[in-house]
Design a protein around this ligand. Structure first.
Ligand SMILES: NC(=O)C1=CN([C@@H]2O[C@H](COP(=O)(O)OP(=O)(O)OC[C@H]3O[C@@H](n4cnc5c(N)ncnc54)[C@H](OP(=O)(O)O)[C@@H]3O)[C@@H](O)[C@H]2O)C=CC1
Length: 400
């Protein structure tokens, strides 16, 4: 059968069995064809079969080929995959109880196990196949996406995602560059826009403090706020100051020279603080905000996953709600807003970011690129910390 003939066959299958329950029963029988016309049920990938250190990473040529379970899903051929600190954390078991619940919603594997698990939250690649309800994407479109942590990741030849999680890749970026942006962009956007209340019309001349500016989230957030006319102060190591000023930071404070709260408290107060560092920053950082002006402190370092991993979903969520409510109230009486920020995958958000990228307002900051065979080395590099931008793995050749 030709590949197009086979796709028609698959689409017919979807018409015949739109119910996920029926699909679930049929998944085991499905065989996919790649665009090359070869029959595919397996693919190369880096997987983990248990949680642990770098030794648990295993390369296999026999990972299950992704399957479209819902008609709004697409299969993407991965060209480049970006790594984030969450990949190192997930390799060690972070979020295991919370995320594995969502990972296999149809219980396809019926094994009760999330393994083998594929890491990698950023993807840039090419659409290989679309579900019947997919309207805005076609086979061979170049796309980018941030992958929710409960889905199989991009350290594989193919990945399946919902169409509302993907977006057309910026034309001005290579796949390697594009893979450096989605996860940190979706996080920074969610924290600054959805939680922090900033927008391109509500940012001019606002004073923003970014604690921890030299990593993936910080280097993106600096550029986003500058593109919208805000004033950016960042904390970073002395050896990152020039790099961050090159991205647009107006003022840098070296955290390695001593407690940053002293030099920061000499400055005019801030409208918004994005905290990428956590720990004891909460003790002093909220005092740097303009009181009674709607100023917000948004931290990305939250105990949400640890609580649910430790206490289970229900108790963990109750503990989380109690913690955040207590802190929010405590700071509200002092006239400032305390919030938690979360990564939030969204194709429409990436559409907006694509426009900023293609307009030259935001650039990709790739610190180091690894080949597919070097995934363990890429993780080792991530674990050393001191990021100056993003770590990207080239999975295959293709596209621009
Ligand atoms: N809640 C959520 O959904 C999400 C949370 N996060 C969290 O946000 C944080 C940032 O993520 P990301 O940018 O990707 O991480 P990276 O590892 O890319 O960057 C962290 C950066 O912080 C710098 N740094 C370390 N300590 C300090 C300090 N005390 N003051 C200032 N800078 C410091 C490091 O460089 P150096 O050590 O050389 O100074 C490094 O460049 C992480 O903790 C991550 O877990 C990220 C995404 C989603």
């Amino acid at each position: 059968m030709s590949s197009s003939g086979y796709l028609v066959h698959r689409r017919l299958l979807f018409h015949l069995c739109k119910s996920p329950c029926v699909l679930k029963r049929r998944v085991g029988q499905q065989r996919l064809l790649s665009t090359s016309g070869r029959c595919r049920t397996i693919m190369p990938a880096w997987v983990i079969d248990k949680y642990g250190n770098n030794d648990v990473l295993r390369f296999t040529r026999n990972a299950s080929f992704p399957v479209i379970h819902y008609p709004n899903e697409v299969i993407i051929k991965v060209v480049a995959a970006g790594l984030n600190p969450i990949d190192v954390s997930m390799r060690g078991g972070y979020g295991s109880s919370t995320l594995s619940m969502k990972r296999d919603p149809l219980n396809i594997k019926q094994s009760g196990s999330e393994f083998p698990l594929i890491l990698g939250r950023d993807v840039s690649g090419v659409v290989m196949e679309c579900g019947l309800d997919v309207k805005y994407f076609r086979e061979r479109d170049e796309v980018w996406a941030a992958i929710p942590p409960w889905k199989q990741g991009s350290l594989a030849e193919f990945v399946v995602l919902s169409a509302n999680e993907i977006s057309h890749k910026p034309k001005t970026l290579s796949h390697i560059e594009a893979a450096a942006i989605p996860y940190v962009a979706a996080t920074a956007w969610s924290a600054l826009v959805n939680t922090g209340g900033l927008s391109k019309d509500k940012c001019a001349n606002k004073r923003i403090l970014i604690l921890g500016g030299s990593g993936g989230v910080g280097t993106f957030a600096i550029q986003m706020v500058k593109a919208w006319g805000g004033h950016v102060t960042v904390t970073c190591s002395q050896n990152a100051e020039r790099f961050l000023k090159g991205l647009g930071a107006d003022h840098t404070v070296d955290y390695t020279a001593g407690p940053v709260e002293e030099p920061l408290s000499q400055l005019e107060k801030f409208d918004l603080i994005l905290d990428n560092i956590g720990g004891d920053t909460e003790r002093w950082a909220l005092g740097l905000l303009k009181p009674w002006s709607g100023a917000k402190y948004v931290t990305l370092v939250t105990p949400f996953m640890q609580n649910t991993d430790l206490l289970g979903i229900a108790d963990g969520m109750m503990q989380t709600a109690a913690t955040v409510a207590t802190k929010a109230l405590k700071h509200l009486v002092k006239g400032v807003h305390y919030r938690w920020g979360f990564f939030s995958p969204s194709g429409p958000t990436l559409d907006e970011i694509r426009e900023m990228v293609d307009a030259g307002k935001i650039r990709a900051v790739v610190e180091e690129t690894f080949s597919f065979s070097q995934v363990p080395q890429a993780f080792e590099k991530m674990e050393k910390g001191h990021a100056r931008g993003k770590t990207v793995v080239q999975i295959s050749q293709g596209g621009t």
